[in-house]
Ligand binder design. Structure first.
Ligand SMILES: Cc1ncc(COP(=O)(O)O)c(C=O)c1O
Length: 492
């Protein structure tokens, strides 16, 4: 083939790389500058605002057939997406339970995508960093070096992985080969009536069914009633079931209540049950000097789910599961097909990380966690956990001092459940009133909270998992709730 023909062929071949790297450099610099303004100015914007119709319509445009210049693509994203965020990086976002991200972590996500490594495994630096971050998680929780773990998308998947290992270990047969239908005595798992909904999905996904998860009543502090749990286990055994696993919650989603982990570890040990801790909210209390006592005993669990995208504020998504018995973990997921046989040197000369979970291709989640841990150090993250808990206490005190407000559940950590009260209103009327307060706070862009029902009582719920929140934000919240409560009751 002569040189001319080779050149002609090369011209016909395409790539996604730009033709003009200088223009891409200029756009990228602009995006980074805008991103810094976006994050540094977040406090000055409304927490949330609804999208106008033209923005909604922009998401119904058809599949683009041809090209659009990258500058225009970015302009559209800035106008229609960045302007209408969920709001969870704002200092006054306290809904559900989210972290508030961090800039260095976002740079980590960018660099992970730039390097583009696949964390299914292999002999490369990203794979070592992935394992190092798992090792750091073990150190944070006091798990031994011999334990295993894996980074996943979030707490829901971390819980499924832990519960899958529990099921396989306790099934009494090779579930991987024979399936759940052949388990002789149906397995029973136990959690409190405050357990997160992801466990229901886990039970369903694992083929055990929702009814295999017995919800045990909670005490006035919303912690699992250990005596009731013991009775349920006895009852199930007598009825021919096989009690298999206790799911303790360290930080319930409704109120932040932390089950008695030491008592549950003892009970699981005596009864021969697997102890899984859902620590998506509270496992990282273990790094907080003033509050780590609350999760004493977590290191005794057979498995723990934790969420670096909550109290480590990693940009979504980042969850982690730790398993004491690495061989049980590997034994639940490892498969070596002919195309993944390890070599003695080269890129495939390393354990496949895909052997510890469900995904084959895995993103480089570790980098964003690693970079912000390295930048700030674990001591600062621990202080930020303590700070959020002190803010939860501060808000609770403001509420207790305000006659028109009342706490609806005890504040265990950083989640505050309260409501505006109004003499003579029924429970339904109070619910309507408080829901309206919550929606007006959103509409006005002042603050975003959510609501829930705790032991039958509807309430507003403030979850302060936010490194940008200041006490002044909580003062403002209380003032605004009281003002809105008065306004709405005056008009109805
Ligand atoms: C106690 C608890 N478990 C599990 C989850 C699910 O975690 P993720 O949203 O990271 O999947 C949450 C979420 O807030 C939670 O609070």
């Amino acid at each position: 083939m002569d040189t001319q023909r080779k050149d002609d062929q090369a011209l016909e071949e395409e790539t996604l790389d730009p033709q003009d790297w200088a223009a891409l450099r200029a756009l990228s610099h602009r995006i980074v500058d805008d991103a810094i303004d976006y994050v540094s100015g977040v406090r000055d914007r409304p927490v949330w605002r609804d999208m106008p119709d033209d923005v909604r319509r922009s998401f119904a445009t058809p599949l683009p057939e041809g090209p659009t210049p990258a500058d225009d693509v970015y302009r559209e994203v800035a106008a229609n997406v960045l302007n209408y965020p969920m709001g969870n990086i704002h200092p006054r976002f306290w809904s559900w339970y989210m972290g508030s991200s961090n800039f260095t972590g976002a740079l980590g996500d960018f660099l992970a995508a730039i390097q583009g490594s696949n964390l299914g495994g292999g002999n490369h630096a990203a794979a070592l960093m992935d394992q190092q971050v798992v090792d750091w998680c073990k150190q944070m929780l006091g798990f031994p070096d011999s334990a295993s773990g894996t980074l996943v998308s979030g707490g829901s998947v971390a819980n499924i992985i832990g519960l899958a290992v529990a099921r396989n270990v306790k099934a009494g047969l090779d579930v991987r080969e024979r399936g759940v239908a052949e388990i002789e005595r149906p397995l029973r798992f136990y959690g409190s009536d405050q357990i997160h909904s992801c466990h229901r999905k886990a039970m369903e996904t694992l083929g055990l069914g929702n009814q295999a998860l017995r919800r045990i009543p909670t005490d006035a502090a919303l912690r699992i009633d250990v005596a009731a749990l013991r009775n349920a286990i006895d009852e199930d055994r007598a009825a021919g079931f096989k009690p298999a696993c206790v799911i303790a919650t360290a930080g319930t989603v409704n109120t932040g209540a932390i089950d008695d982990l030491e008592a549950l570890a003892r009970l699981a040990d005596e009864e021969g049950l697997w102890l899984h801790v859902d620590g998506c909210i509270g496992a990282l209390l273990a790094i907080a000097p003033e509050n780590r006592f609350r999760v004493a005993g977590i290191e005794k669990a057979n498995s723990v789910a934790l969420d670096p995208h909550k109290w480590l504020h990693a940009p979504f998504e980042a969850g982690c599961v730790l398993i004491q018995d690495a061989s049980a973990h590997r034994g639940t997921f490892a498969v070596t097909p002919e195309y993944l046989v390890a070599t003695t040197r080269g890129l495939a000369a390393a354990p496949w990380l895909y052997d510890y979970g469900l995904q084959t291709t895995r993103g480089f989640r570790a980098l964003k966690i690693w970079m912000s841990l390295k930048e700030h150090g674990i001591a600062k993250f621990g202080r930020l956990v303590d700070q959020n808990i002190a803010q939860g206490r501060y808000l609770s005190e403001l509420i207790e001092a305000e006659p028109s407000l009342e706490l609806v559940a005890p504040t265990a950590i950083n989640i505050v459940c309260f409501r505006y009260r109004s003499v003579g209103k029924s429970a339904d009327e109070l619910k309507t009133l408080n829901t309206e307060i919550m929606l007006r706070l959103q509409d006005e862009g002042t603050a975003v909270l959510s609501d829930t029902t705790v032991h039958g009582e509807h309430c507003l719920r403030v979850a302060i998992n936010n490194h940008r929140t200041r006490r002044g934000d909580l003062d403002l919240l209380v003032e605004e709730v009281v003002r809105l409560g008065r306004d709405i009751t005056a008009r109805t």
